[in-house]
Each structure stands twice: as C-alpha cells, then as structure tokens.
Ligand binder design. Sequence first.
Ligand code: USQ
Length: 397
Amino acid sequence: MRIAIMGGDGFVGWPTTLHLSNRGHEVHILDNLSRRWIDTELGVQSLTPMDSIQERCRIWHEVTGRRIHFHLLDLAKEYERLKAWLAEYRPDAIIHFAEQRAAPYSMKSDRHKVYTVNNNVNATHNLLAAMVETEIDAHLVHLGTMGVYGYGTVGAAIPEGYLEVQIDTLEGGPARQEILYPTRPGSVYHMTKSLDQILFQFYAQNDGLRITDLHQGIVWGTHTAETRLHVQLINRFDYDGDYGTVLNRFLIQAAIGYPLTVHGTGGQTRAFIHIQDSVRCIELALSDPPARGERVKIFNQMTETHRVRDLAHMVADMTGAEIAYLPNPRKEADENELVVENEKFLALGLEPITLSQGLMEEIVDVARKYAHRIDRKRVPAVSAWTKEIAQRVERDP
Ligand code: USQ
C-alpha cells in the first residue's frame, strides 16, 4: 500500500512509519515538525538525542535499503497544498497523528488552548474535506484517545466507541439505538479528540469515507523492533511536566534519583499500552478497514489498566525510588475505577505486551544512559487546569 502518515515525526508516528516501511509499504511522512518547535518553545529536549527527520530517513535507507519520503506540510494551515498532495499521490491509506497531544500543554494558557483547538480540529477537518474533494478512497486511521470517555465510575465496562441505549418512543414503546459513547473530556486536548469524533461521524455518513478511530490509552516504553536497528533511529522520549506521560516519567525520575511525582492520592486509574503494541495495533487496524457507507469503526487501543499510585509503588519497589504525593495541578477525580473492553484487537490477533519488570528496567537503563540530558527543573508538572488550582499549587508546590 501507499500510506501517508500525517505526523510521522512524532512519538508514535515515527515507530509506526518504520514498522510499516519495514513491512514493504510505500510510506510518506507529512509533518510540519511542530513537536520539535514546541521543544524549542518550552526549552526542553527529548531524553534521547534525535536527529533531523531527513537524517532519520537517510539512516533508515542505509540500514534497510527502504525509502521513507518526507514532505514538510502543515495540515491545519496549508489546505490547498494538502489537497494537491493527495490528488498527486492518491494514498491507499492515511494515518492521522498530526495533532498536539499533551493535555498539560493544552491547559498552559489561553494561547495554548487556542493553538490546540485550531491546530487539531483544523488538521482533522482539512484532511476530511480534502479526501472528499480529491475523491480518493483511502482508509483513514486516526489516533484518538481513551480520554474522550472521561473517567467517571459508572460500574460498567467502557465499550468500543458505541453505547446501546433504550429510549421511550412517542407511541410509548421502547426503542433501541446505538449512539457514540457520550464524551466527557478532561482537558482542552482531550476535547479536540471528542470534536474529531463528530467530524468523523459526519463524513462517514455524508460522504461514505472509510474511517477507523483508535481510542488509545497512555503509551509507555520507547523502543520498538525497528527503532532498535540503529542508534540514529531512536524514538523521542519525553520526561518534562507537559509531554512526559506518567509511567515513563516515573521510570526516568527513578533513574535520576528524583522522588516520583504522584498527583494527589494517585488514585486515578488509567488505561495503558506499550509503544510496540501501539504500532502493531495500527497495522492491525489498517488490515481491517470498514466498508464504504459503514459507520466509523472504533477500537479501544489499550491492553491493561493501572492506578497511578500502584505504578509508583511498583517503580519504587524495583528501584528504591522515593514517592512524593503532590497537589494535583489537574482537575480530575481523585479516585476512579476503570474497566475497558478491548476484544476487537484481541480478535484481530494482538498478543498484549503487559507491564513487566524487564521492560521497565530497560527504560530505566535508557534514562541512566542519557541522564546528562535531563534538566531536573523541567521535571515538575506546572501547567494547572484552572487559575484557582494554579494558586493552590504555587502555595504548596
Ligand atoms: N500523573 C501523575 N504524575 C505525573 C504525571 C501524571 O500523577 O507526573 C497523573 C495525571 O494526573 C493523570 C494520569 O497520571 O491522572 C495520566 O497522566 P498522563 O500525563 O500520563 O496522561 P494524559 O494527560 O491523560 O495524556 C496521555 C497522552 C495523550 C493520550 C492520553 C491517553 O499525552 O496524548 O491521549 O495519555 S488517556 O490518558 O487514556 O486519555
């Protein structure tokens, strides 16, 4: 297949690009390199040293003989160029990662909220409109988030995207209907992914676009089979308070002797997936597209759930790290249960990589190797969800 990977320079985009190229697909990255600009804005860098995207592609060709094509393009701002690119290359599949993905970054200030909404919603809508206009019949696979569901305790498992509801008809009898699971995003970033769902629903129904939306949990790990092939193919690895995700942060903190930063009581339960499985799931989703006219196919892309404080204890037991319970900069439930259905990927053959000491130790080793690149001042999470929370966190950091 000819595959366009929007956002192929990012944390999940890059290993996905390598994996699909390795499988013999013709892979094109379209990316505006915004993630690298945000590093510059924040004054932080990936724990692992990353080369330019062009250099990464050159090394990939040297190591494997395969070519990855890179196109510098801003999906949200360059609609005409996007349309022209699609008309010329006519990809069989498009994978859409091209969104600002950090919840704390999206809550940093009003400017960051506005940027996240403009960037994410326009990128998605531009892509959908251009697909219709160029009449390409590509399968669109989008990286969504488990966060669209919210984390309320309803005492039932979260289904894969749709909820069957029963309502009373005007005649009085019951009628059954399947609706998109009601969204309850917990940040501006998660809200943009909720808005994406409506855009997808409309374009599948109105224009027959074939769309798969992957509701992914929190990714942990850094290496995949392909990024291990050469030191210059290494994946990015975020540790800072905005972009670092919870388990990877705990493992890095343990490696540098920084007390593990648990927000609140650490009673938040979240869904997790290893980066290798994330890449595999995208490949599985590509192999099973919906038919034209079918509703959006939704998968829960996660393999296990964990409570934040349990993860902290696990890492502390493994490494001897201390745990610090900090005032929570986010507005979220202190404690929640979470049960998630994920049968669809298992049925397609996913064999989950679950949390294991070996894989966690590998991350600690990577962090120790590059510890000199870590700025300890950038470890705390300082983006607060409301002005009131910001004042509270400032009083008691
Ligand atoms: N947390 C801590 N300490 C930390 C960092 C986080 O206790 O040092 C807590 C947070 O308060 C939160 C939980 O850990 O309760 C998860 O935070 P996170 O930063 O690991 O994950 P999140 O902000 O939800 O976002 C990440 C990705 C996002 C993806 C999402 C999947 O950045 O792109 O969509 O995970 S999910 O969480 O399932 O919505």
